[in-house]
Design a binder for this molecule. Sequence first.
Ligand SMILES: *Cc1c(COP(=O)(O)O)cnc(C)c1O
Length: 385
Amino acid sequence: MLKGTFPVEKFKALQTPFYFYDIELLKETLKMVTTEANKYGYHVHYAVKANANPRILSVISSFGLGADCVSGGEIQAALNAGFPADKIVYAGVGKADWEINLGLDNNILCFNVESAVELQIINELAAAKNKVASIALRINPEVDAHTHAKITTGMKENKFGINLSLLGKVLDEICTLKNVKLTGIHSHIGSQITDMSAFRNLAIRVNEIQDELEARNIKIQNINFGGGLGIDYYHPNHLPIPAFDNYFAVFNKLLQVRPGQQVHFEPGRSIVAQCGTLISKVLYVKEGEIKKFAILDAGFTELIRPAMYDAHHRMENISSDEEIEIYDVVGPICESSDVFGKDVELNKTHRGDLIALRSAGAYGEVMASQYNCRQLPKAYYSDQL
Ligand SMILES: *Cc1c(COP(=O)(O)O)cnc(C)c1O
């Protein structure tokens, strides 16, 4: 949404801070991702952890996507939003018994298993219900995602997934278990990946893994590449819909798909990031010795990405057209990490102005907390204001 197109007059009547979702952009993005995936018959499961807002989930499920969940709560949220159970996959390094049971009771499509011990527990719990759980092994393909250290997951010695060197042992173990069925392999190498060579390397590595499995006479029905496609946080208006065409084309070009095999993806951020904006009000403009601080009524309790991942969000003063000045934009939380950006260019800013923090639809509202006894932010939608 271009500056100037936000409904500022309507915003003035609402209590800040709040999330504003551009539902038209979300739908355009979903149209693009499904069109591009359908070209190759690929299956897309939205990663619920990026944004579990019920309205957002129901729009996404209405486009026929599946859901990728990382907790029992997310499985429940996905079911509530209308995702069919046979399109729900469940990953996570620490699945509690009740969460596994919830997946079993609902006959979800697949458990993405991250360790040998977890395999045994799923087998036991499935046996108690006289069921056979479909499982995929989450493998660390040892592909460098070239992304922030706190969001890379596909390398060795990581809490996620099964190391390639241990794969043989795990496969031997599966043969001894009667209530799990190996139906797929899964990998997720990290997040906010903008360098397509990481995905190229991933597709090539998965070919090698498939060769190894076939040498052991194991045929795999599903290949799941996880999520991770990045977005442009610096230019949210330039290409608001990520290049899903290039992304899927990489896999189509390089992956050796066996007959009857299904290929799955789990994008989160790339679907929801650009449709969300955090709207906040300027409480004070504080003049320091050299710097000027714009102190907002939103802090890391509403949007933690800058404090947690050094993330950049574009900021716009949507109440002012005055000349550009430089501000440190900070929140009200009593922590020195509560800074949204240093030396940010904003139109001259006054108390009461509205500041838009762009590209906040992913890992924004869903990570909000009540630290400092604050209230969780509300959400508003472009088609319901
Ligand atoms: C977080 C996660 C995703 C989604 O990642 P994005 O970077 O938001 O696309 C997909 N799959 C798994 C297993 C995840 O943990």
